[in-house]
Every structure is written in structure tokens, then in C-alpha cells.
Design a protein around this ligand. Structure first.
Ligand SMILES: [Cu+2]
Length: 109
């Protein structure tokens, strides 16, 4: 039974990984595109202020939230993305206007 479960897990696609580094006032993405499906988004705060991360697919209505991270901290969001172009931004204060925004392409395999 355990062997069966392990075999099943082995068949699941490995999640796409994206690291988003944040400082004042910009993001740096570890990659510009990822493959659709399961994904782990890690937000790492290299700055001196708190930052968070929101993602929304162009034409979509759902906003994915990676919560507020303190300076020197990191947090992860495990989710699934549909294919499309995603806008990324920091929702704190005026950070978005000051440059904390980016674009991510989620593409079909
Ligand atoms: Cu910010």
C-alpha cells in the first residue's frame, strides 16, 4: 500500500518554483516564466521595509496572496496557476506605484 502511494506521488508533476526577491522598491524574479500547474512561489524580503506579493492573471478575477514578509524573512505560497500573463505587485502603502510590480508568464508545457 505504501509502495503504491509512493508510486502515485512519483507520477505527480514536480511543482514549478518561482522565487521573488523584494527590496525598496522592486522585485527580482528568479525566472520570467513558469509552466502551468502546481507551483510554489517564494517571496524573500531583502529590503528594510515589509513587503507582500499579489498575483492576478490578465482577465482573471482571483488575486493570489503571498502575505506580508518582514525584512530578512521569506514565505511561500503553494498553488496552481492557469496559463496566462500574471501581474505581480506589492499591496503595501504606495510600493506598487514606486516600482514594485512585475509580470510573469505561465505557459503550457
Ligand atoms: Cu512592498
Amino acid at each position: 500500500m505504501i509502495a503504491l502511494a509512493l508510486a502515485f506521488v512519483a507520477l505527480l508533476p514536480a511543482p514549478a518554483r518561482l522565487q521573488v526577491g523584494a527590496d525598496e522598491f522592486r522585485y527580482s524574479l528568479s525566472r520570467q516564466s513558469i509552466v502551468t500547474g502546481p507551483a510554489i512561489v517564494q517571496l524573500v524580503n531583502y529590503g528594510e521595509d515589509e513587503h507582500d506579493l499579489r498575483l492576478r492573471r490578465a482577465g482573471g478575477t482571483r488575486t493570489y496572496v503571498v502575505g506580508k514578509v518582514s525584512p530578512g524573512g521569506a514565505t511561500e505560497l503553494e498553488t496552481r496557476f492557469l496559463p496566462g500573463r500574471f501581474a505581480l505587485w506589492c499591496s503595501l502603502a504606495d510600493h506598487r506605484r514606486r516600482g514594485m510590480s512585475a509580470t510573469l508568464l505561465v505557459r503550457r508545457p
